[in-house]
Design a protein around this ligand. Sequence first.
Ligand SMILES: [Zn+2]
Length: 79
Amino acid sequence: MDDEAKYVPPCRAALSAKVTCDACQKMLTLHSLRYRHRCTPMVDRVRRLTQEAQFAVQQRAEATLEAERASKYAHLINF
Ligand SMILES: [Zn+2]
């Protein structure tokens, strides 16, 4: 009786199986992969990561520049 209540049709059981998306290595159910998953193409992901890296480098450069400016002014003030 309990078994009957827990019975899941094979087609639905398959959809709730956990799978890993080949493209983005994300773990999700087969249902999500087939109907809901919006996979970011590898090219886009690489491009976005590159942009993020460039942005981070740029920010670090600006931070360094700010620090240099600040130390320059500090030097002027001290002097
Ligand atoms: Zn994916």
